[in-house]
Write a protein that binds this ligand. Structure first.
Ligand code: ARG
Ligand code: ZN
Length: 874
């Protein structure tokens, strides 16, 4: 079945109120749901009421308090049809269903995670709990009563505010929660279990006190401190930057160990993958701390962008996700370093969204069709969706953007709305027409800009010829021309931005060229010296760019561009081009060669104290093997790319060895660990340098750093250098064994140990990963474990996964099927790792196709997995 945007129809019925009672046991939970149903005034009274279900067992059904006659309804596991609804505008349905949380390994609906009852309802998990109009435009006020054995579940949580609780005798107790804000079913949540609370409070801008709690397993309380701190900062930030205040008396976060995604924004009761809550210096890296800060903020920000204002239907997913990612990006940029954050965002976008947009799974930020909505929680909806909101701000300017946001909050509070509603607010607030801009939501594919420039010293004229094109994608064969805001600078010989007298040929405003046509010839006057043009500053638009520019211009920008993003970009492009050239040489049987001026630049940057350490670390980070592959585009040989990248790393390491060693030593931290951005930046720089120093000088320094490290950031980085550069060395064997022994009882840390081994380059890793699946800490039913071992292998191990004989593909395909048997969502995600198969050289391409076809050929496949493999093969 295919769902289409144009088929949207409002429901004939509403469910303004809902009362639920859960009587919890692991094997037999009874759910009683009392729905206040309301027929819409314009609906015909005879219209049957069709409720969604998914694998449900109906135990009882009452209509207006009386048992339903057998011919009044039709029930299957997947739907409940009230064939003859009462001829009244309002009636009640009482539905009793029976669930077995202990058997729910799909981790959707109500399930048990490590003995804790918890729920995941987005997108369509609520229908695994009770029959309902399980769609986001049905907003209901919930009252939830939870009954459980006190010993098994002393803690009983749901959305909203706590109302009452008490004893039921015979070891049972109950609690009642009431959420005054009407919400869609996907935001429902329940948690019951034996957990510890970390408590704090927050006083809102208007002076209300909110009780905050983060619930974790006993003994892990201290590891929730950073998350709590991040939460309070996020709450304050949303008040200051967006004028958004929290609205309930309590805000609860629960960390669970079995979770399909990162976290979930259920109203007043966020549920998190514990990976994004738990952190301390001994067990978490700086990246973990940064992710926790970002995701805690993201889920909190959903309270306004997602919960108070929600989506009319799932086609509008980016309405809440793209916008909320934009908000969490801005939060992190304010909390940390803006340029560093921006570079990291662009790296992520290019690593995940670009390949999606340029491959078989490409879809618009707002898709028009889907078979399985869970497959659309994608980098396009999230990350590109965020870029589109960022461009709205660029196009409108900060003030009009904020006015548009204010209008959106004001006008649509309490509603389920669309992208059109969202855009209309910005059009009204700014007076600007966003019709062409809206194509960013409707057209898939990464736009490309081809740019060439001419300068005439005599007339002082500088001309930029810019041509846009959007490649065809499965969603649209022919593309319309887009409105692309291209930030730029004309960099003068002294490294400063030059001014000009006039610009014509396009609207040019505040350092941004607004491209709207296929070709623009932008003519600047009053430009005496030849400028070096710096384009897409700050990554103002998510496009690819080819600029006809001498290599010396790029080197110049890499040293002098005042826009730090573009300065990083110039160097990154030089590295990428060097790696591509070296890979071609290696494939032709020659040795890699690099330009001397490129090899000397890293030492210059490493020593440049005018740049933040975190920035220097990013500048020195070579493009990954998959980044290089993406830029090459077709006929990919991952072995040649890996060899080229290794050669480049070694060459840089040798050239900069003395400087790197000195800085690596000087950056050794003294005193107490702090996760703040500046300290993290120093560690990041130190770790990048270690990678080069090891490439040039062997494993000893990494082995020493591993032993001396008093924090996970330095320990894990040293372990990765050892395992990836010297997989067979004695030092590596010792370090892996020490790490395993030390963290034997900490699954989240062992995930790092699994990942570091799954990403050891080369042929042998498939067997190693297979062997690790038998490790006592590994489990196919825990998504974190699966991602750490199998997911990391398939996504990050270019030479292992893409083994020429196809063994990597066969292994991943087999594992996908093994996971699919109990968890279709996680299996479908894993299968996405095949998406770039067409860009491989012919031998690997055929092996990958066969592995995909083997999955597709299975008779019984979940909707999730069939959708992914069929689109990937199409
Ligand atoms: N709304 C959640 C987040 O962004 C993601 C939940 C996705 N879950 C799913 N099963 N598709 O913050
Ligand atoms: Zn989200």
């Amino acid at each position: 079945q295919v769902f289409r945007l144009e088929d949207y129809r409002a429901s004939d019925y509403r469910i303004p109120e809902l009362e639920m009672t859960f009587r919890l046991t692991a094997e037999e939970t009874r759910v009683t749901a009392r729905l206040q149903v309301e027929r819409r005034a314009d609906a015909t009274p005879q219209t049957p009421l069709l409720l969604d279900g998914d694998g449900l067992v109906l135990e009882a059904l009452e209509i207006d308090g009386a048992p339903a006659a057998p011919d009044a309804y039709e029930a299957t596991p997947d739907s409940l049809k009230i064939t003859r609804p009462p001829q009244r505008e309002r009636f009640t349905l009482t539905i009793v269903t029976r669930l077995a949380p202990a058997d729910n390994k799909a981790l959707m609906g109500l399930y048990l995670s490590n003995g804790v009852y918890c729920t995941q309802c987005e997108a369509e998990g609520f229908r695994r709990i009770t029959y309902f109009l399980d769609r986001p435009d049905i907003l209901s006020v919930y009252r939830v009563r939870i009954e459980a054995r006190r010993e098994e579940a002393p803690l009983l949580l749901s959305n909203g505010n706590p109302v009452e609780s008490g004893d039921l005798g015979e070891g049972w107790h109950y609690a009642v929660w009431h959420d005054p804000f009407p919400k869609p079913s996907y935001l429902f949540a329940l948690v019951a279990g034996d957990l510890s609370a970390v408590r704090d409070r927050f006083v809102t801008a208007s002076g209300r006190t909110v009780a905050l709690a983060i619930y974790v397993e006993h003994g892990k309380e201290e590891r929730a401190a950073y998350a709590m701190d991040a939460l309070k900062r996020a709450m304050r930030w949303d008040e200051e930057r967006f004028g958004r205040e929290y609205d309930l008396n309590v805000f609860n976060i629960v960390a669970v160990s079995d979770f399909n995604m990162g976290a979930m924004e259920n109203k007043g009761l966020n549920i998190f993958n514990d990976k994004y809550v738990l952190a301390d210096p001994d067990t978490a890296t700086d990246t973990d701390f940064a992710n926790i800060e970002a995701i805690i903020a993201h889920e909190y920000f959903h309270n306004w962008t997602g919960n108070r204002i929600t989506c009319r239907d799932w086609f509008q997913l980016c309405l809440k996700e793209g916008l909320t990612v934009f908000r969490d990006h801005e939060f992190s940029a304010d909390q940390r370093s803006r340029p560093v954050k921006r570079i990291a965002e662009v790296r992520t976008l290019r690593a995940h969204q670009f390949p999606e947009d340029q491959g078989p799974l490409a879809h618009p930020v707002r898709p028009r069709r889907y078979r399985e909505i869970n497959n659309f929680y994608t980098a396009t909806v999230y990350e590109k969706g965020s870029e589109v909101v960022r461009m709205i701000r660029t196009v409108l300017g900060e003030d009009a953007f904020r006015a548009g946001m204010d209008l959106y909050f004001d006008r649509h509070d309490g509603q389920a709305v669309t992208i059109e509603d969202f855009l209309a607010c910005f059009e009204e607030a700014s007076g600007k027409d966003l019709a062409q801009f809206a194509l960013w939501y409707h057209q898939a594919g990464t736009p490309h800009l081809a740019v060439s420039t001419r300068h005439d010293a005599e007339s002082g004229e500088f001309v930029m010829d810019i041509e846009q094109s959007v490649p065809p994608t499965p969603s649209e064969a022919r593309k319309r021309l887009m409105h692309i805001p291209l930030a730029f600078g004309l960099v003068g010989p002294d490294g400063r931005d030059m001014t000009y007298q006039s610009a014509e040929g396009a609207e040019v405003e505040d350092g941004v060229i607004h491209l709207r046509k296929r070709r623009h010839s932008v003519r600047f006057t009053g430009v005496r010296a030849r400028p070096v043009v710096s384009l897409n500053r700050g990554f103002s638009a998510p496009v690819t760019l080819s600029v006809e520019q001498p290599r010396s211009d790029r080197l110049f920008l890499a040293r002098h561009d005042s826009d730090l993003f573009s300065r990083w970009e110039a160097l990154n492009t030089l590295f990428t081009e060097a790696a591509i050239e070296a890979a071609a040489r290696i494939r032709g049987g020659k040795a890699a060669e690099f330009e001397a001026d490129l090899l000397s630049m890293p030492a210059e940057i490493a020593a440049d104290e005018s740049l933040e350490a975190a920035y220097r670390a990013l500048a020195l980070t070579l493009p990954g093997e998959s980044d290089v592959a993406r830029e090459m585009g077709t006929n990919i040989d991952p072995d040649a790319i890996a060899a080229a990248r290794d050669a480049l790393r070694t060459a840089i390491g040798r050239q900069g060895q003395a400087t790197f060693a000195e800085i690596h030593a000087a950056l050794q931290q003294h005193g107490r660990f702090s996760p703040d951005a500046e300290s993290a930046g120093r560690r990041a720089l130190r770790n990048v340098l270690l990678d080069y120093l090891a490439a040039a000088g062997g494993p000893e320094l990494a082995a020493r750093q591993f032993q001396a490290a008093d924090n996970m950031t330095e320990r894990a980085a040293a372990l990765a250098v050892l395992a990836h550069q010297f997989p067979e060395s004695e030092q590596t064997r010792a370090a892996l064994a020490a790490f395993e022994a030390r963290y034997r009882d900490n699954p989240l840390v062992l995930d790092k140990w699994f990942t570091v081994q799954a990403t050891v380059p080369g042929q042998g890793t498939v067997d190693r990963v297979r062997a690790l699946m038998a490790h006592p800490a590994f489990s196919l039913t825990n998504p974190n474990r699966v991602r750490a071992l199998i997911g990391a292998f398939a996504s990050f191990n270019q030479t292992g996964f893409h083994r020429a004989d196809g063994e990597g593909y066969r292994f991943v395909a087999d594992t996908v099927l093994a996971v699919e048997a109990h968890n279709p969502q996680v299996a479908a995600r894993l299968a996405v790792s095949f998406r770039a198969w067409r860009s491989l050289e012919p031998g690997r391409r055929e092996e990958a196709r066969k592995a995909l076809a083997a999955i597709a050929g299975q008779k019984q496949l979940s909707r999730d997995l069939r959708d992914i493999v069929e689109r990937t093969l199409a």
